[in-house]
Design a protein. Structure first.
Length: 167
């Protein structure tokens, strides 16, 4: 790929926006949408418009094996999620490697496992990052807690910095 050619970028946010801070990825993706000057969907059920625009933004409640196809079609993938404090940093941005990880939960699939599936099934593993934000409240609300809302804006900044480097 020529040095001046931009990469195909996919940003996948996942979580439950009905459960307060668990939905921080939705808020981060809408923040990115606003910064890119695009139309913000009315709610997470509407989704982001399918377009030829780079980066592609995609949101869902959880990662699924079917994500492997769009992951493999990308040059760079940024996974966006909340964490519950099991990570020492309130905001963590880290590069990922494809590794299949077993989970005791049948509904839990990690970004690393999605990358491994993309490589195994489609023969391509893109460069990937995880951006994860500490969630403090997980009640039944569409709003973020004040601390997580603040962190979500910092996450948007971090992702925009990555996009500037790759677009």
């Amino acid at each position: 790929m020529p040095e001046n050619e931009s990469k195909n970028i996919l940003i996948i946010g996942y979580g439950n926006p009905d459960r307060e801070d668990d939905g921080v990825a939705w808020h981060i993706l809408t923040g990115i949408t606003a910064r890119l000057g695009r139309k913000i969907p009315s709610d997470y059920l509407e989704g982001f418009p399918e377009s030829e625009q780079n980066p592609v933004l995609f949101f869902e409640l959880q990662l699924v094996p079917e994500n492997a196809e769009m992951i493999a079609a990308s040059d760079l993938v940024i996974f966006v999620d909340a964490h519950t404090g099991n990570i020492p940093d309130d905001l963590l941005v880290k590069q990922l490697s494809p590794v299949f990880q077993k989970s005791p939960f049948t509904h839990h699939l990690t970004p690393e496992s999605c990358l491994a599936m993309a490589g195994a099934v489609y023969g391509k593993t893109p460069e990937a990052f995880l951006v994860t934000v500490h969630g403090f409240e997980f009640g039944f609300s569409l709003e973020l807690s004040p601390k997580t809302a603040e962190l979500s804006q910092l996450a948007v900044d971090q992702i925009m910095d990555i996009l500037i480097e790759y677009l």
